[in-house]
Design a binder for this molecule. Structure first.
Ligand SMILES: NC(=O)c1ccc[n+]([C@@H]2O[C@H](COP(=O)([O-])OP(=O)(O)OC[C@H]3O[C@@H](n4cnc5c(N)ncnc54)[C@H](O)[C@@H]3O)[C@@H](O)[C@H]2O)c1
Length: 253
């Protein structure tokens, strides 16, 4: 077990990638703090995770809500005294019935909400986690980004691309600033992965994406989770500020 007795905080834990990441971390012996806005799904997940014999703390919250995240941080400190691993995974990707929302149709309210969840969320959670990580002079953060931050993405909307591009910049800054404190910050860029986020749009988009992908299929959440576990494990002890593309080859830079 690579992560025995570590304490990991996963945001968006009730979603497709979040559940797979939480399971893999538990499989490797890590205790878990699970955050999401979907309380019922969190309850279901924590029941499923009982088989791994790790401590699981449900911490339902909206990552965009700075006060709620700070309060959550205090609850984590009371329960575990520390957080070793943070996975900033919560995200939203608004789309229209046929795919991306045309730029002219994005309202300022929609724009602000996407930035609030996808960029301010990692800001809020990282600030809270880093305070504890600095105290321990140790920590690992993985930010779940997107191909839309690395190249032009025809399948996502402008606010999503902008938020994930911001997350990439934030990740690099944090890797540089906190490396001297023994904290590693890395990025995983999933390709098209089979989760509720992609299942909610036209199935044809996933079929076309598979055809454009050298490995000729879309990815499974567990395949992203394996990359996350690698980055937070000691096997990646000299890896920080890195961007790991898990895209079946659909992105090659
Ligand atoms: N699925 C893909 O193909 C894909 C590709 C690239 C990047 N991503 C990124 O991976 C991450 C996970 O996506 P997914 O595919 O599992 O999506 P998903 O919709 O299955 O899961 C997202 C989860 O985040 C939660 N969430 C949404 N807003 C929140 C908030 N304000 N606070 C807390 N939780 C919130 C949702 O309730 C949901 O459980 C996202 O950041 C997404 O942008 C996904």
């Amino acid at each position: 077990m690579k992560l025995q007795n570590y304490v990991s905080w996963v945001t968006g834990a009730a979603g497709g990638l979040g559940q797979a990441i939480s399971r893999k971390l538990a499989e490797h012996g890590s205790h878990l703090i699970l955050s999401d806005i979907n309380k019922d799904a969190l309850n279901e997940l924590s029941k499923d995770l009982a088989v791994y014999n790790v401590e699981v703390m449900n911490l339902p919250l909206d990552v965009a809500d700075t006060e709620a995240v700070r309060k959550g941080g205090r609850e984590i400190k009371d329960r575990f005294g520390r957080v070793d691993i943070l996975i900033n995974n919560a995200g939203i990707s608004p789309k229209g019935p046929k795919g991306p929302i045309p730029f002219k149709d994005i309202t300022i309210e929609d724009w602000n909400r996407v930035i609030a969840v996808n960029l301010n969320g990692p800001f809020n959670c990282s600030q809270v986690a880093l305070e504890m990580m600095v105290e321990n002079q140790s920590g690992r953060i993985v930010n779940i980004c997107s191909q839309a931050a690395r190249t032009y993405s025809p399948v996502t909307s402008a606010h999503y691309a902008a938020s994930k591009s911001g997350l990439l910049g934030l990740s690099r800054k944090l890797a540089g600033e906190y490396g001297p404190s023994g904290i590693r910050v890395n990025v995983v860029v999933p390709g098209r992965i089979d989760t509720p986020m992609t299942q909610s749009v036209d199935e044809e988009l996933s079929r076309q994406a598979a055809l454009r992908t050298p490995l000729r299929r879309i990815g499974q959440p567990e395949e992203v989770a394996d990359a996350v576990v690698f980055l937070v494990s000691d096997e990646a002890r000299y890896v920080t500020g890195a961007v790991l593309d898990v895209t079946g080859g659909s992105l090659m830079i």
